[in-house]
Structures are given as structure tokens and as C-alpha cells.
Design a protein around this ligand. Structure first.
Ligand code: FAE
Length: 547
């Protein structure tokens, strides 16, 4: 049954009883078992795009973490939900029999409407490695702003399709820095555990870690961190660790051990396509429309909201435009997507009552990448799992938490690669540019220097202890730091500023933000567990209060 109806607003109220009745199912059933059946159901659901003129009780823009939590919990409370996703469904294999391509052979599926790849690690031994690809609605968007490239996932599942799956709950003592107005007790007692369970978070088996060739690179990272006096912590992940051990044993097709990184994962990763989304679809109250891009939201004459969207083909052309109505609209288009939409809608007159905080408080989670050249007796291994599982914690003393990342090229590189999350204090703002009809972001590349300084608090010391140097051949010619990107956009519609303390947008009833845009720029660790937990907290309050 389609989630769409034409009956008009207010058919069912959101009720606490309905919400509570449904909450138990996602964690056990969807996160851990019944995956194939759910996936099959999901595939058939994706093929019913929303009709022009349709009415939805709740419309969710985007299918990443915030959107998936919202859809599931609303549906469990009895609300019909239409999810609108600009990217593809990613449920159909290509001619190679695989849904996703590998890191080392990126093809048309790799990038969102680009004619050349834009790999974060774009040089090797000083040579550029980007290559031409056909323009296609691929899975990874490298969205360029003046001072930074923001990587984002495109498709049903949002960032969960492309990310490393590192599922880190921040240290409790850092929580007031991340979300100062949110009750930490509630988050750590209820919503972080709920998010971790719903996402299927787990840890690598330490005995296997200690022995497998696939994590030699991480063991080198641990040894060197220890020799310089830094704590090394295991980082949980949503990858199915048992599956990875079977990959190692050669009994199942490889994904983490088969160079699948950045452009999707065919087997072992529990993306949202295996957890929250099938659970939402299993309620029978959720419909998803892939390749539909929301372009406008404005008050509808009879109440509720009018939502305009373009249906795209796989070259990015508009096939048709649709106009639908919805009682309530949830912005879950990601930090950048939600911020761009809201800023444009406010400043072009569709949602003029949105306040001045919309567009502000955007940060890069302090992302900085760097490589080190190891001594000849410290090889990092030709075999490298694409799933990082450990990090170096120097947050309190130096403002940096650095993950030991793989370089899964299949050859020995003697390189150690890191993604550092730093306490970079700079925050940027999105603004509407009437001349170019675009939303600009005023981030400056020079601001990354603060993050570099913090990352150096770890790596200068390790280099000194080990007698090693930085690699200069991975991000350009004689370029040490990758200071041009982020994988972790956060903010732009900050909780308690652009919205109330639960994501209700100021100025309008029935409009909500429920994604990374709520978080003001930094989570001290990788962000998606916090985005999920905050969404769980906010949607519970929204449902309990009838919206
Ligand atoms: P997100 O997941 O980005 O979902 C937004 C969705 O909205 C996307 O599917 C968009 O296509 C869609 N959308 C946007 N605009 C529109 C529109 N106008 N109409 C319709 N649909 C639209 O948002 N985080 C971690 O915690 N651990 C990691 O290991 C990690 N690794 C990462 C690696 C990479 C390469 C990348 C790109 C990100 C990584 N992240 C990681 C970040 C994480 O994926 C990101 O914080 C979350 O996905 C953000 O969740 P949201 O719900 O905010």
C-alpha cells in the first residue's frame, strides 16, 4: 500500500502510544536478521515514485541517517511517510553483476554528475590518479564550494552508502562541547544506545585483529602511537565483522577485503539499506522515491505545505516536475542539502519567516588527512581491509583524534594514512547569491591551518620518535596535508538557534530539521552515531507532542 493519500490533512494524529508500541522492532529484526527479505521488499517499494498532486501526511527530504530515523519512527506511530531522495536506489547490479564499483576501478557509478573522478587521495608517488568517467548520477558527490570540497553520499541510504562505517559514540566529557543544550544523561542512557543498536554497531575481534594480515597497517599505527605515548583506541564500525572474517577465510565474496571503499559496499557493510530503511518499509507506511530532487517547500493555501520536486534521469536531466502537498515536512537532506534549501527558500521568499540563524554554524568536523612514510622495517602490508578500526586519541591535550586509515591499493606502500578529526574552531555561513542564483559557503581554506596544527600534535611526535617523515606524494606534488576537503559536514541549521531544542524550525509549524545540519560544526569523532542518536531523541519528542 502506498504511503501517499489524497484525503487531506489530519487523518491520524501522532500519538505516544502508537510510537511506543512500535519501537521494539527495528533493533532486533531489522538490524541483525531478515535482511534478504527486507531488501527484496525494499527493491519493490523503490519502484513506485510519488505521483504528481499526491498528498503525504509526512514528507521526508533525504534518506540518510536523520531521514531514516524520522521515517521509521513516524511510521511506527501510524503516520504515512513519503521519502524523497535525489540519488539512485542502488538496488540493481550493473553488467559486472555488482551494484557498486571498487576504489581502484571507479566507473560511471562512482561520482555524482562528474566527468572525472575526484578522489580524496588523488596522487600516488606524485602522479595524479583521477580518470575520466561518464556523467552519471553516481554514488559519491564531491561538491565544490569556494574554499572546500564536501564529500557526500547520494542515493537511498545517503552517507551510509559511501562512508567507512566508523560508528563512534563521543566521550561523554566532550558532549557539552558538541551539543551544549542537550541533556547528556538522556543521550547516553537512552538515545546513543538506541542508535548503536539500530545501526548494528560492533567491534573487531581483538584476537583476529592481532593476527590477520589485513590489519597490519592498523597494528603499525597502534605500535607507533604507543611508542609516542598516545592512547590507541579500537573504533567500532557497522561492518559485519563475522562476514569480514569469512572474507579472510575465502568462503564468501569480498567487499572490505576486496577494495570496496568510497563508492559503495556490495556485501559486508550494514548501511541504512540493511537497517533502518527496511525496518521503515516493513511498516507498510513508507514509500521512497529515488531520483527525485526537492526544489521548493512553501505554505499551501489550505494548510500544510506545497513541495516541488524534479524527477531526474541518470544523466541528471529533469524528466518531469511534480507538485505535492504534505502536512509536515522533515528536512533531512544532510548538512549541506538542508542548509542550501532553507537559505534559498528564506531569501527568495518561499519561507520568509525562517530566522537569521538558518545558514549559520557550519563546520568541517576539523577533517585533515595526512600520510607518513614508514621505515623499511615497518611495512603496512599489501593486504589492507578498507574498514578502519583504530584511532589515536589526543583530543584533550592536542585537539585531535586521528583514525588509522587504509591505502588498499594491493601493493606495499610503507605509508601510514590518517584521517584526523580536530577541534578546528572556525564556522562558516551559507548565503544566497542572487546574481548567480546559488547558495555560497564562505569557508576559507586557510582556516584548515588550525586543524593542521592540532593534527601535528600527534604526527610530529610520532615522526620524531620513529625517525620518519611525512609523505609528500599523496595529495599533490610536495603537498603534505589534505586541507581541501571534508567528509563530515555539520551545521547550518543549528539546534536551539534555527530551530527549537528538538528541531522544529522557528517561524513555521510542521517544518523540522532532523539531520547533521542541527549539529554546530563538530562532534569530536565521526558524526553519524551522534546524528542518529539526536534524530532518535528529537523525533520521540516531536511524536509525543503531536508534532
Ligand atoms: P546524509 O546521510 O548526507 O543524507 C542526506 C540525503 O539527502 C542524501 O541521500 C542526499 O542525496 C539527499 N538529498 C540532498 N538534497 C536533496 C534534495 N534537494 N532532494 C532530495 N534528496 C536530497 O545526511 N561518518 C561517520 O560517522 N563514520 C564514518 O566512517 C564516515 N565516513 C565517511 C566517509 C565518506 C566518504 C563520507 C562522504 C562521509 C563519511 N561520514 C562518516 C559522514 C557521514 O556519512 C555523514 O555525517 C552522514 O551521512 C550525514 O547524515 P545526514 O542524515 O545528515
Amino acid at each position: 500500500m502506498s504511503a501517499t493519500s489524497r484525503q487531506g490533512p489530519g487523518r491520524r494524529s501522532l500519538s505516544r502510544r502508537g510510537f511506543l508500541a512500535g519501537t521494539g522492532s527495528v533493533v532486533g529484526a531489522a538490524a541483525l536478521g531478515g535482511f534478504s527479505a527486507s531488501r527484496a521488499a525494499a527493491a519493490s517499494r523503490y519502484s513506485t515514485p510519488i505521483g504528481n498532486g499526491a498528498h503525504a501526511q509526512a514528507l521526508v527530504i533525504g534518506t540518510g541517517y536523520g531521514g531514516s530515523v524520522a521515517a521509521l519512527r513516524l511510521a511506527q506511530a501510524g503516520v504515512s511517510v513519503e521519502m524523497i531522495e535525489m540519488g539512485m536506489a542502488w538496488d540493481t547490479p550493473g553488467s559486472d553483476g555488482k551494484i557498486f564499483c571498487t576504489l581502484t576501478s571507479p566507473d560511471y557509478r562512482s561520482y555524482w554528475l562528474r566527468t572525472q573522478t575526484k578522489a580524496p587521495l588523488n596522487y600516488f608517488l606524485g602522479f595524479p590518479i583521477d580518470r575520466s568517467i561518464p556523467k552519471y548520477t553516481g554514488i559519491l558527490d564531491a561538491e565544490d564550494f569556494a574554499g572546500i570540497t564536501v564529500y557526500q553520499g547520494r542515493g537511498i541510504g545517503g552517507g551510509s552508502l559511501v562512508n567507512g562505517g566508523m560508528a563512534v559514540t563521543p566521550k561523554r566529557e566532550n558532549f557539552s562541547y558538541i551539543l551544549p543544550s542537550v541533556n547528556a544523561d538522556e543521550m547516553y542512557n537512552t538515545y546513543y544506545p538506541r542508535a548503536n543498536a539500530g545501526l548494528g554497531v560492533g567491534l573487531v575481534d581483538p584476537t583476529w585483529f592481532d593476527n590477520t594480515a589485513w590489519y597490519q597497517f592498523a597494528r603499525v599505527g597502534r605500535k607507533q602511537a604507543g611508542r609516542s605515548g598516545f592512547p590507541f583506541v579500537f573504533v567500532p564500525d557497522v561492518y559485519d565483522w563475522n562476514y569480514m572474517q569469512q572474507e579472510d577465510a575465502g568462503t564468501v565474496p569480498k567487499s572490505a577485503l576486496g577494495q570496496e571503499l568510497l563508492y559503495g559496499n556490495n556485501y559486508g557493510k550494514k548501511s541504512l539499506q540493511k537497517t533502518y530503511i527496511p525496518a521503515a518499509l516493513a511498516t507498510g507506511k513508507v514509500n521512497i522515491s529515488p531520483l527525485h530532487k526537492v526544489t521548493s517547500v512553501s505554505p499551501a493555501p489550505g494548510g500544510g505545505y506545497m513541495v516541488l520536486m524534479d524527477q531526474l534521469d541518470t544523466s541528471g536531466n529533469v524528466v518531469t516536475s511534480k507538485q505535492v502537498t504534505a502536512d509536515k515536512v522533515f528536512f533531512a537532506a544532510g548538512s549541506v542539502g538542508t542548509s542550501k534549501l532553507l537559505v534559498r527558500l528564506r531569501d527568495t521568499g518561499q519561507l520568509p519567516n525562517l530566522n537569521a540563524a538558518v545558514g549559520q554554524g557550519w563546520g568541517d568536523n576539523g577533517n585533515i588527512m595526512v600520510g607518513r612514510a614508514n621505515q623499511i622495517w615497518d611495512p603496512t602490508g599489501a593486504k589492507q581491509s578498507t574498514v578502519p578500526c583504530g584511532g589515536i586519541d589526543n583530543w584533550t591535550a592536542g585537539g585531535a583524534f586521528a583514525e588509522v586509515a587504509p591505502i588498499p591499493t594491493g601493493i606495499e606502500t610503507w605509508a601510514s594514512l590518517y584521517l584526523a578529526i580536530t577541534k578546528n574552531p572556525h564556522r562558516a555561513q551559507f548565503t544566497w547569491n542572487a546574481a548567480t542564483q546559488t547558495v555560497d559557503l564562505n569557508w576559507q581554506q586557510a582556516w584548515k591551518q588550525d586543524g593542521i596544527t592540532m593534527a601535528k600534535s600527534i604526527f610530529d611526535r610520532i615522526n620524531s620518535t620513529e625517525g620518519t617523515i611525512y609523505r609528500t606524494d599523496l595529495f599533490g606534488v610536495y603537498k603534505i596535508w589534505n586541507d581541501t576537503l571534508t567528509y563530515h559536514p555539520l551545521g547550518g541549521a543549528v539546534l536551539g538557534q534555527a530551530t527549537d531544542d528538538y528541531g522544529r524550525l522557528a517561524g513555521y509549524q510542521g517544518l523540522y530539521v532532523i539531520d547533521g545540519a542541527l549539529i554546530p560544526g563538530n562532534t569530536t569523532v565521526n558524526p553519524f552515531v551522534t546524528i542518529t542518536a539526536l534524530a532518535e531523541r528529537n523525533i520521540e519528542n516531536i511524536i509525543a507532542n503531536g508534532g
